[in-house]
Design a protein around this ligand. Sequence first.
Ligand SMILES: *Cc1c(COP(=O)(O)O)cnc(C)c1O
Length: 240
Amino acid sequence: MENSEKLIVSLRQLQNRITAACGHANREPSSVRLIWVSKMQPLSAVEEAIQLGAREFGENRVQEALEKFLPAREGIKCRIIGPVQKNKLKKAASVAQSIDSIADLESVEKLESFCEEFYSARGAETLKKLEILFQVNTSKEESKSGVPMQEAEEFLRALPTPNNLVYRGLMTIGKNTGNPEDSREGFSFLRNLRDKMFNSNPKFEQFTELSMGMTGDLEVAIAEGATMLRIGTALFGERL
Ligand SMILES: *Cc1c(COP(=O)(O)O)cnc(C)c1O
């Protein structure tokens, strides 16, 4: 099969899974956005995906994002979904519309000041504010990144009011044990935390997003209220 034919078939199968899961959860499929995780895929795969209607991509390494998503294409969003080293935050902010993996105060402060520079250099009216999601480690595995569950609420409450950023919501990675049910508790925790924060303070007035669910556990994520699914394998196949 041609590459793009493969992608068409994968997309159709994925859309069927999403529609079925939304049916079970009594949700509108339009309430769940698909983030195409293009990490380790060539530029040609990104171009094909755009042809098929993809509008939002997830990359977990800043360097790869720069190679594939600059210069920016009209209407196409790049989201950084992997942990970003402090010395790469500025580059990340230059390519991404959203950074979804923020888990410490210093990164928030650095992004504030980089965006301040960008906006004053280029004219604040013409630029959309950088959005961020906070990553919570709901898997209880030390190796995963994100704010530990038991510290997450306190961390969020202590955040400064953003000026050049928008706090949009939360992100987590499920347990990935092979049993999608093992992700449920963490996803449910994330939704409760989002609900608690939303409108608790003006700094969270746009705190509506829940980025959770990957190829293995998207049905559970939809049932628990995901607003974005981050899907790589089910679209592009196994990464080499
Ligand atoms: C790779 C990756 C994904 C995509 O996972 P798949 O199982 O291939 O769908 C989602 N989120 C993050 C943070 C990733 O690094």
